[in-house]
Design a protein around this ligand. Structure first.
Ligand code: SF4
Length: 259
């Protein structure tokens, strides 16, 4: 069983391939995982293997933990580029997510005014007005779209809502009017006897169409970096990622590639 669970509310700073020196924020249980997706590549493992009855940390505790950490980092003269909401699942599922973002902005402005605030989200809850408004306030609103083909999303990301639809997600993305970063994991392999490959021409064409329709300010393309719960997965080569990036750049969008 593979897993990297974060056992604290605030962790790091760690070096992030995509974001630099990143102070991590985990709003999910410290001893389990909570997500509305169940991606076959999730570094936290499958949802079923990490169920927990532990409560989510409340807003006051999150604020206190973050402030303590920022004071300590200042004292130790450790610089951070970004405060990143990720952790053991989907951060926007926390019922006090909006208030926590307000607190984080307040503390960032006091202690590390140059640090950015990033949220890595599967975008499933962006339709909730409080979540939408909070995501609008952060510097890097990073929303996942691994494929624009429903069967592939059901195979790779496995959203737990039977109502998940690509059209609905695209409509949600459009509401940000370009003020978001799209993140896409490219990978190959197999899962439950089915081929996994979101780099085929059919996949990339559909994905580019979704990119064009939603017009993100930036795209982050990446591939597997660590152990995955599905073992039959492999990295996509840097060369292939770059070819996909070039096609997206032709739409006038900045693309970063992490191989
Ligand atoms: S959306 Fe993120 S946290 Fe949720 S299962 Fe997928 S990779 Fe894991």
């Amino acid at each position: 069983m593979s897993t990297i669970l974060f056992h604290e509310i605030v962790f790091g700073p760690i070096h992030s391939r995509r974001l630099g020196s990143s102070l991590g924020m985990n709003l999910l249980p410290y001893d389990g995982k909570l997500c509305s997706f169940d991606c076959i590549y999730c570094e936290c493992g499958y949802n079923k293997d990490f169920r927990t009855k532990t409560k989510l940390p409340d807003r006051d505790n999150v604020k206190a933990a973050l402030e303590d950490k920022l004071i300590q980092l200042q004292k130790d003269e450790v610089a951070i580029d970004v405060i990143t909401f990720a952790g053991n699942g989907e951060p926007t599922m926390h019922p006090q997510f909006a208030g926590i973002i307000d607190d984080t902005i307040e503390l960032r402005n006091i202690y590390f005014p140059n640090a950015k605030i990033s949220v890595l989200s599967n975008a499933m809850h962006a339709g909730k007005q409080t979540v939408f408004d909070a995501l609008k306030k952060v510097d890097n609103n990073i929303l996942k779209l691994d494929s624009a083909i429903l069967d592939t999303v059901r195979l790779i990301d496995r959203p737990n809502s039977p109502e998940y639809s690509i059209e609905k997600q695209i409509a949600l993305f459009k509401r940000f009017e370009g003020d978001f970063i799209m993140q896409t994991m490219f990978l190959k392999g197999s899962h439950n006897g089915k081929i996994v490959d979101n780099t085929t021409e059919r996949e990339v064409s559909a994905w580019l169409e979704a990119v064009r329709a939603t017009n993100p300010k930036e795209i982050m393309i990446y591939t597997i970096d660590r152990e995955t719960p599905e073992k039959n997965l492999e990295k996509v080569s840097l060369d292939e990622l770059k070819k996909i990036a070039i096609r997206a750049e032709k739409l006038g969008i900045k693309v970063s590639v992490s191989g």
